[in-house]
Design a protein around this ligand. Structure first.
Ligand SMILES: Cc1ncc(COP(=O)(O)O)c(C=O)c1O
Length: 407
């Protein structure tokens, strides 16, 4: 397979120059660029159908309602879920907070255990600290092994009394991939719910919520070529039916009847969990992103990612000053590294001066960085529009770091 999918033409921003050179964008784990198809779907919605949903009995309102529900179907089907299992939110962080406010505060108590890991993005860490603070449950943190994969044996030995296991599918810091099946097997032994932070998985590999067999799955649309402010929380439908999962936003749109002394919420879970005016345009844009990815084919996307990761690994490993961090075998989406004697912010700045955008710092994974004594790392993360040629430019760019810092 050609490692260049030749998709740059679909992304207008990739035409621009940074410091008078072609932009090489390797900050895709933070947010991806958006294809023309996503932007034009959103513009089209605003130009033809914009109106508030449900409330108006008029043509535009009906079209708007249809647009958001069609988008919900497209997005949920892309992720192997039913439309009735998808709550649209702004990003992964909001989705995880939805589990905190909609589930954890109602279902956790003293004596219960919540398990997360050292590998997590702060968004899948701080919420569980808060959950435990407010309910008296205990937070346990799975340590990572030397290659930044999880110590599953530790999980198996410490799972007693767990009510929730919340883990990232793909690490944004080192690209390691969770063995979801193993986690679900362990969780089932004690009846714990499983929440997956899918932020770094959805743009890189096929995902089927139903096949994973987890209870919650959080993701950001803006990291999968969709607009900023788009994302979702998938919730297994049984949790809605049993009212184990409760609404966490209240007000207009989510009610059936309101009286001075009581309110009845909507029976339909999607209505019940959509308080206020939904962001129809973002939903439409995210649906267009799902269609865009489906057209390429997620198997092709996955293969492309594997090739870029392997190529970057090989090329970066050959640079004497570079130490790649994280797993040596399976990794998805990114390669992170330390550059001997130079802080990652300086590395990133020298690369930026050559039009290459990478991320530097702790990538919102302080527990992982502290556990490994890394002050900061540099991350190149990949997308469908990146090619091996881009990685060659990154390698050339790093030679300049050596020149500037004399290292
Ligand atoms: C693994 C992971 N979880 C959660 C988040 C938070 O995503 P957002 O900022 O879109 O809420 C990120 C963002 O980088 C991430 O990589």
């Amino acid at each position: 397979m050609n490692s260049d999918l030749q998709l740059t033409k679909d992304f207008p921003i990739l035409d621009r120059k940074v410091h008078n050179t072609r932009l090489v964008y390797f900050d895709n784990a933070a947010t991806t660029q958006k294809p023309e198809a996503v932007m034009s779907a959103m513009t089209q919605y605003y130009q033809t159908s914009n109106a508030n949903v449900h409330r108006g009995v008029h043509t535009l309102s009906d079209e708007s309602t249809l647009a958001v529900e069609k988008a919900r179907k497209t997005i949920s089907s892309f992720l192997g879920a039913d439309a009735s299992e998808l709550i649209l939110v702004r990003n992964t962080t909001e989705a995880l907070n939805g589990i905190l406010y909609g589930w954890a505060l109602h279902n956790l108590a003293e004596g219960d255990v919540v398990i997360t890991s050292q590998l997590e993005h702060h968004s899948n860490f701080v919420v569980w600290q808060e959950a435990c603070k407010h309910t008296g449950a205990e937070l346990k943190v799975i340590p990572v092994l030397e290659d930044s994969t999880l110590d599953y044996k530790w999980l198996e030995a410490n799972v007693a009394h767990a009510k929730l296991i919340a883990l990232t599918y793909v690490s944004n810091a080192v690209g390691s991939v969770l063995d979801v099946e193993r986690v679900v097997t362990v969780a089932k032994k004690v009846g714990a719910r499983v929440a997956i932070d899918g932020a770094q998985a959805v743009a890189h590999m096929p995902v089927s919520f139903k096949s994973l067999g987890v209870d919650f799955f959080a993701f950001s649309g803006h990291k999968m070529y969709g607009p900023m402010g788009s994302g979702g929380l998938l919730v297994r439908s049984e949790l809605f039916k049993s009212n184990e999962m409760q609404p966490w936003l209240f007000g207009g749109g989510m009610i059936a009847e309101v009286y001075e002394n009581k309110t009845k919420f909507h029976d339909d879970p999607i209505e019940r969990f959509t308080a206020g005016t939904p962001d129809v345009a973002s939903a439409v844009g995210l649906a267009a992103a799902c269609e865009y990815l489906s057209k390429i084919g997620m198997k092709t996307v996955e293969k492309h990612d594997e090739e870029l990761v392997a190529y970057a690994f090989e090329k970066l490993q050959a640079i004497p000053q570079v130490t790649i961090v994280g797993p040596t075998s399976k990794r998805v989406g990114s390669v992170s590294f330390l550059y001997e004697g130079v802080h990652s912010h300086d590395v990133a700045q020298v690369l930026d001066s050559q039009g290459i955008a990478v991320r530097s710092g702790h990538h919102c994974t302080m527990p992982l960085h502290v556990a490994n004594n890394w002050i900061a790392t540099t991350r190149a993360s990949f997308a469908v529009y990146n090619s091996k040629e881009d990685i060659d430019l990154l390698v050339l760019g790093l030679q300049k770091v050596a020149e500037v810092f004399g290292k």
